[in-house]
Design a protein around this ligand. Structure first.
Ligand code: PLP
Length: 405
């Protein structure tokens, strides 16, 4: 296995300086940096075989279509989905959830029906359901959380009823790092025949994700959070759902036969891929998944677990620093506040030291409301980060505190 210096050398951006200081990048929850092989894969498309997919009979179009479909197969195998028909390319997590919320609403939802989400959701897994509920007269139910930032499972179990039509929860909270008990959530929903969508935006990059063992009905994620290009993501759906659901966008390639009287749709997965898809992004994503596999997903999980405990220990020792989110099951996201210091001020000062952290609500305003705060400072760490960088963060935080005291 590569050592940390070799891993870091794969990511050219990690070598740069900001304000003449070495970059310390702790904003991986927002987006991850790209290894050279991913950058090369996208460049290769544009320099050697760029052509629109699926529509041409010429050499380049064949080549890009083949690379795009190979990318689909790569994703299928990475998440261990049963069939390539179950893997749809979208613009990302947000695009996938909006698509399902629209199609599911059109096909199945009546006034009075209920959709369950949790209090830990990113806005991308709240607003599309609110829009659908408004359109269809349905009701959004929210699983509450405790002070540690864990969902209260008993409350969820009480919410499930004959009115429940779908459960949509995140695998991991982007604001607090909490890992949700998705297996229990899915099993309980399935026991009353309710399908489950899992938002994998923060889950896919931190360990092994397997559709056969997870058994969710839909799983969505964004390429840019797993070291791939932006503007591309995945909607996995069990075939039985995807074949029943209507498409959420109309246009080229998603059709079988078009007349002014009636249009019939293409087979799966193309029914859900309208218009020119982001094929360079899909090809880049496939290369990112190869890269992740080359490091090893178990190895990544082990490295990040160690970095999480190191960071938690380091930051907990700082007087005046409060960590939000102390779930027993957590990935390497640490949200915190420094007593009396506004998170933006702290974030801006840390930035001048070359340390990139995120400040604000992290698109999870309800989580902030739950704690009565208007945001946090978030360090989201991944396997290419080092203990030295965490030391730099801790020293930086101490400096911020001393500047304000
Ligand atoms: N869901 C979660 C848990 C996220 O963390 C994010 C992004 O931060 C999203 C959804 C939205 O992802 P995207 O903006 O890539 O569509």
């Amino acid at each position: 296995m590569k050592d940390i210096a070799e891993i870091r050398a794969d990511f050219p951006i990690l070598n740069r300086k900001v304000y003449n200081k070495p970059l310390v990048y702790f904003d991986n929850g927002a987006t991850t940096q790209k290894p050279q092989c991913v950058i090369d894969a996208v460049t290769e498309v544009y320099t050697t075989y760029n052509a629109n997919i699926h529509r041409g009979v010429h050499f380049l179009s064949d080549m890009s279509s083949e690379a795009y479909e190979n990318a689909r197969e790569k994703v299928r195998s990475f998440i261990n989905a049963g069939k390539r028909e179950e893997v749809v390319f979208t613009s990302g997590t947000t695009g996938s959830i909006n698509g399902i919320a629209f199609s599911f609403g059109e096909r199945y939802i009546k006034p009075g029906d209920e959709i369950i989400i949790s209090h830990l959701e990113h806005h991308a897994n709240i607003v599309p359901w609110q829009m659908m509920c408004e359109r269809k007269g349905a009701v959004l139910r929210v699983i509450p959380i405790n002070n540690a930032g864990e969902i209260i499972l008993e409350e969820y179990l009480k919410m499930l009823s004959s009115k429940t039509k779908l459960v949509s929860v995140t695998q991991v909270s982007n604001a607090l790092g909490t890992v949700l008990p998705v297996n229990e959530i899915i099993a309980a929903a399935h026991s009353v025949n309710v399908p489950v969508l899992i938002d994998g935006a923060q889950g896919i990059q931190h360990g092994v994700v397997d559709m056969k063992t997870m058994d969710c009905d839909f799983y969505v994620f964004s390429s840019h959070k797993i070291y791939g290009p932006t503007g591309i993501g995945i909607l996995y759906g069990k075939e039985k759902w995807l074949s029943e659901l209507p498409p959420f966008q109309g246009g080229g390639d998603m059709v079988d036969k078009v007349t002014f009287e009636k249009t019939t749709y293409n087979e799966l997965p193309f029914k859900f891929e309208a218009g020119t898809m982001n094929y360079p992004g899909a090809i880049g994503l496939a290369r990112a998944l190869d890269y992740v596999n080359s490091i090893g997903r178990e190895n990544i999980a082990i490295m990040e677990k160690e970095l999480l405990s190191y960071t938690t220990e380091k930051l907990s020792g700082i007087n005046g620093l409060k960590i939000y989110g102390n779930s027993v099951r957590k990935i390497s996201i640490i949200s915190f506040l420094l007593k009396d210091i506004h998170q933006y001020d702290a974030g801006m000062i840390l930035d001048k030291m070359g340390i990139a952290v995120r400040t604000g609500t992290h698109c999870s305003q309800p989580v902030m409301d739950r704690y009565g705060i208007d945001g946090t400072i978030r360090a989201s760490i991944c396997f290419y980060n080092t203990k030295e960088e965490i030391d730099t963060l801790a020293t930086g935080i101490e400096k911020v505190i001393s500047m304000f005291s």
